[in-house]
Design a protein around this ligand. Structure first.
Ligand code: FE2
Length: 573
């Protein structure tokens, strides 16, 4: 049984294809359209399905849309109409107060609703001409069955159904769903029960977005930059933020809308110089967010008694917050969905509908890596390289050859195997460099045209994580920070952030053999089992997807070499 998950509601539109509980393919639409977060600029904000990502998923598995039995759409527009409560629709016991009750009167909603409610028809008849073939013979009233899945249920399912846990507590936090902005639940005995939700207008994600916007960054895109800024500031405005975000007990909180300019002065223009007050605002926001979420986590533990916690939603991409939750020790283990933002709701919705409709129980799928996107064979890569007329050479052992380049302090584009699902590059589409040179962070920020306060992150061989990072443990998705061990800090200066932490990725050989072998070869040459790993893109661009994207990015930036499949391209200095 095939189930196709689709997210198209707000941003980060994506598709995921599941067969009998196993995720076979997943990708974000931005990687194909090259429009970051799938958001088109005004006035072209017309809502659209992620046709390229859907087409990729079908092509990866070699099927046509008519072979898909269920479509799981990670948004339920009928919840907005208030005509039915969440309980009957999503078959979860919910508290009466959780029913649709918030009035929503934004002027664009009727149009938005009509587009979304028309999604089944658009899927059947609206595919772009060049991919029409894979969509042939499909009508909107069949053969697939269409399911609207509540946005936060999709986030929740992306956490507990993909986690390694047989039972766990679940916490999701984002900007907004239909009504919910935060949800709590418990997964046990193969059943899911929602305990509570926080509804609009109270929202941790929207608060963080507003401050991101005020500080001169892109909302629902650059929140991680505010998190990085926070390390440089003092919590001078914490008291004010405690008025804006108040924990009110029993898992509830309230956020107050404020006029940021009257509170903190004029907003920072995009690209303008950073001032101390900007750092302090970021620090204060981050601190109060952490304080609040720790109390929410305490309540969830008290209510569920569970040992483990699974998290998702855009706020769970905050790896400093995640580390605070981990270090609080309230739960023994914390797992965060790597595509915690809205892209991951296509995966969660698909897994949920699959689990609801599958006749035979199968072994649970665990998300052990995020390599769920397109891959290109050596033949396909070489065909493009010949066409591009750029000089290249073939090597038998790319890992060793790349390790030599890195040991010579060269920066390489690393394009190997399947593309990652989710916002982080994890060794499929990465820019890699040596962490030994203290100047490398500034050099990489320059190459990628990034702000100079931005840290770069390390990847470490899994078995060496504890030798280089305090309490270093398995962390394959770069979702937690760890302190760099003081005795090792001088050897990897460029990955150590100003606060002494690093956003670590661990890798084992099963997850990505070529990537692991590269680290091993680099360790043999230098004694250091760590590399800098940053996403293969330039400012404002989505991560590269195809060989063409990789070669274009290589040609237009001062990267020294491109290691793509079994081929190496090098620039002459
Ligand atoms: Fe969301």
């Amino acid at each position: 049984m095939y189930t196709l998950g689709i997210n198209a509601a707000y941003h980060d539109c994506s598709a995921t294809l599941v067969r009998d509980g196993i995720v076979l393919a997943a990708a974000e639409e931005e990687r194909f359209t090259r429009i970051k977060h799938g958001k088109r600029p005004l006035p072209f904000t017309t809502w659209q399905l992620p046709f390229h990502a859907i087409d990729y998923c079908l092509r990866e598995v070699g099927i046509a849309l008519k072979e898909v039995q269920h479509i799981a759409y990670s948004y339920d527009p009928f919840l907005l109409l208030g005509e039915r409560g969440a309980a009957e629709e999503i078959a979860l016991p919910m508290q009466p107060s959780a029913k649709a009750s918030v009035e929503w009167s934004a002027p664009w909603d009727p149009l938005f609703l009509s587009y979304i409610v028309n999604a089944p028809r658009q899927l059947a008849s609206g595919a772009p001409h060049h991919i029409r073939e894979r969509f042939g013979g499909v009508r909107h009233d069949g053969p697939f069955q269409w399911h609207y899945v509540e946005h936060h249920l999709a986030h929740e399912a992306s956490a507990f159904l993909a986690s390694p846990f047989e039972e766990c507590a679940v916490l999701t936090m984002d900007g907004r769903g239909e009504l919910a902005t935060t949800s709590y639940g418990v997964f046990e005995d193969r059943k899911y029960r929602r305990l509570k939700q926080v509804n609009l207008p109270h929202s941790l994600g929207l608060l963080y977005e507003e401050v991101t916007d005020y500080l001169g960054f892109l909302r629902s895109s650059d929140e991680y930059k505010v998190m990085a800024l926070a390390s440089y500031g003092e919590p001078a405005h914490a008291a004010r933020f405690r008025d804006i975000l108040r924990y009110t007990g029993d898992g509830n909180y309230e956020t107050t809308r404020v006029d940021w300019e009257s509170l903190f002065g004029p907003r920072r223009a995009r690209g303008a110089a950073m001032e101390k007050r900007h750092f302090d605002i970021a620090r204060s926001l981050q601190l109060v967010l952490e304080e609040t979420v720790l109390r929410m986590v305490d309540w969830l533990k008290h209510e569920t008694g569970m040992k483990n916690l699974a998290m998702a939603g855009g706020v769970a991409l905050n790896c400093v917050l995640n580390a605070r939750v981990r270090d609080a020790g309230v739960f023994d283990k914390v797992w965060v969905q790597p595509a915690a933002g809205d892209a991951g709701t296509s995966l969660g919705a698909a897994l949920w509908i699959d689990a609801m409709h599958r006749e035979r129980a199968a072994a649970r799928w665990h998300m052990e890596h995020a390599f769920l996107g397109p891959e290109y064979s050596n033949a396909e890569i070489e065909k493009f390289l010949m066409y591009s007329k750029m000089p290249y050479r073939h090597v038998d052992d790319v890992s060793t050859a790349a390790a030599y380049l890195l040991a010579e302090n060269k920066v390489i584009g690393w394009f190997q195997g399947r593309m990652e699902f989710g916002p982080r590059a994890l060794g499929g589409r990465s820019i890699l460099a040596s962490p030994i040179d203290p100047e490398m962070q500034a050099h990489l920020n320059n190459i990628k045209d990034r702000e100079d306060f931005r840290p770069v992150a390390p990847v470490v061989m899994e078995e060496h994580a504890a030798d280089w990072f305090v309490d270093g443990e398995v962390a394959p998705f770069m979702l937690f920070v760890f302190d760099v061990r003081p005795d090792k800090a001088a050897q990897i200066p460029s990955v150590r952030h100003v606060d002494g932490t690093a956003r670590v990725q661990t890798i084992n050989r099963a997850q990505h053999p070529a990537y692991y072998d590269l680290l091993e070869a680099f360790k043999k040459k230098t004694g250091v089992p760590v590399l800098i790993n940053t996403s293969f893109n330039t400012r404002g661009e989505p991560v590269v997807c195809t060989p063409r994207d990789a070669v274009e990015s290589f040609a237009s930036t001062p990267i020294d070499a491109l290691v793509i499949g079994s081929f190496i391209l090098e620039k002459q200095r």
